[in-house]
Design a protein around this ligand. Sequence first.
Ligand SMILES: O=C(O)CCC(=O)C(=O)O
Ligand SMILES: [Fe+2]
Length: 147
Amino acid sequence: MYDRIVDEPRLTHRWLLAEGESAPRRLREMAAELGEHYGVGFSQIGANLYRDGADGVAWHGDRVARERPEAVVALVSLGATRPLRLRPTGGGASVAFPLASGALLVMGGTCQRTWQHSVPKTAASGPRISVQFRHLYPGAPGVPSSA
Ligand SMILES: O=C(O)CCC(=O)C(=O)O
Ligand SMILES: [Fe+2]
């Protein structure tokens, strides 16, 4: 995701907790509680702002997947309801998850390798923020490649 080019008109930010960056308290609390629940140490928090329907993100799998056989990516959706779609990697029928404000979607197992996800552009939408929680992977910023 972060090292290759996908169509992503939207505004993004990341906090790298593993590098000692401090995210807002609420987000750190969410990372801690979700991590405890899913049994992983979330070490980075991402936030995307989709300003309107013209913002979106094209089909992709998150980079964490290529470094690990399995990965947990948890995301919390805030604001306008936008569908997050999932399809088998490379194509095929997709399934849509309309994420209302406050919805939690967790992608686990091999999902980032064997499936792709996207948030398609749409004719009209109010603003939406997606907050994602990802865990350490070798070679990630601040993580030795042997980690
Ligand atoms: O907007 C979303 O909920 C998905 C974001 C996403 O797939 C990403 O940032 O990698
Ligand atoms: Fe993603």
